[in-house]
Design a protein around this ligand. Sequence first.
Ligand code: F1P
Length: 356
Amino acid sequence: YMLKEIYEQPQVIGDTLNAMFNPVERTITLPPLPFALDDVERVTLIACGTSSYAAMVARYWIESIARVPVDLDVGSEFRYRDPPLQAGGLALFISQSGETADTLAALRHCKAKGLRCLSIVNVAESTMARESDAVLTTLAGPEIGVASTKAFTTQLVVLACLTIALARAKGQLDADGEARLSKGLTEVPARAAEILKYDEDLRAIAQTVAEARDVLYLGRGTAFPIALEGALKLKEISYIHAEGYAAGEMKHGPIALIDETVPVIVIAPSDGLFDKTASNVQEVVARGGKVIFLSDSEGNRRLGVTPAFSVVLPAVDPFVAPILYAIPVQLLAYHVAVIKGTDVDQPRNLAKSVTV
Ligand code: F1P
């Protein structure tokens, strides 16, 4: 199922986007919500596992585009922090299944504190959808593979649309800015289809990753949550130890791990942060690290060193890069797991929906 679900992404991303896109006005239009967005002063984002990395991407988007402060936590910790919450604040719960016990407990906690609770789920009939004040559904359809793939990228599409709607409501987007973001989003299904064509290249690279004991993933800005997601995907289905780091954190510890046996997968679209990531890559290469570089042709030109492997992806709008760069990390994890001979659809010890 996992490979099939990875390959469904151009279609389900397109479906999810079309449900929120007005083709006549060429604007993002959310389904009616039972509350206004213009008085939202703070957004609380809560999710578990892969969905928590979608929340993390959304934090970058909401803060930098809508200019609304965001509090973010994993469902399994949120209620233990007992953070001060203001009645009327907006809380977003992101979950493929809509049944994850920790996320649901956080939702109930926020509801009891009088927050407006909005869930983003795949399953409209789920408990979280039922207990929320409002629901936005992805059109990913059922996801069978335990490791989340199409749920993640379609959650990101919904969150990108929500960011645009919130930014507009908060008066943070002029017509040109909104047109640029919307155009970037409408191009995602076609770009996703192009990126799937790199499957063979990633399969070849997977051989090297499959031989490793430890793997690092690095990214900066919205590529950081994709590094975390890449590492989680690899751990979940191939059982190889993998960690994702913010590229700038390398020198604060993980750099001690670098040698020629440790593949370092770098997620680096050529955006405004690229040069800083390039200098981290140079540090890794200088220490003999085996860099697997996921970027575009501009990024490869500007890198300044030769990585062990390079996947030269199509140039994409930086706004939507995290949605699209999720796909090669999914494919890489899939191929590594196939080489290792693990059960990609039913990894050991994992349940599709963690309801206890
Ligand atoms: C959260 C999650 C998934 C993961 C696995 C276990 O589920 O951690 O991200 O892939 O299936 O559950 P959900 O709340 O998004 O349904």
